[in-house]
Ligand binder design. Structure first.
Ligand code: SF4
Length: 63
């Protein structure tokens, strides 16, 4: 599974990094996705990050 962050929406408030530090890293006020492929074991953390993002900047990339 792939996830992306919309750089036009992200405001760098760290909520995704706090929810899923294995997947998101905020640098220069922008969240970066660290993994090309999110393993199943981390899916629930990413779902949590999606829920917590106040800017709706995170979404799964559908194949
Ligand atoms: S929670 Fe959303 S707005 Fe905040 S850093 Fe992550 S992607 Fe950006």
């Amino acid at each position: 599974m792939r996830v992306r962050v919309d750089p036009d929406r992200c405001e760098g408030n760290l909520r995704c990094q706090n929810a899923a530090p294995e997947v998101f890293e905020v640098r220069d006020d922008l969240s970066h996705v660290l993994l090309d492929d999110v393993p199943e074991a981390l899916r629930h953390k990413v779902e949590r990050a999606i829920r917590l993002c106040p800017r709706q900047a995170i979404d799964w990339l559908r194949a």
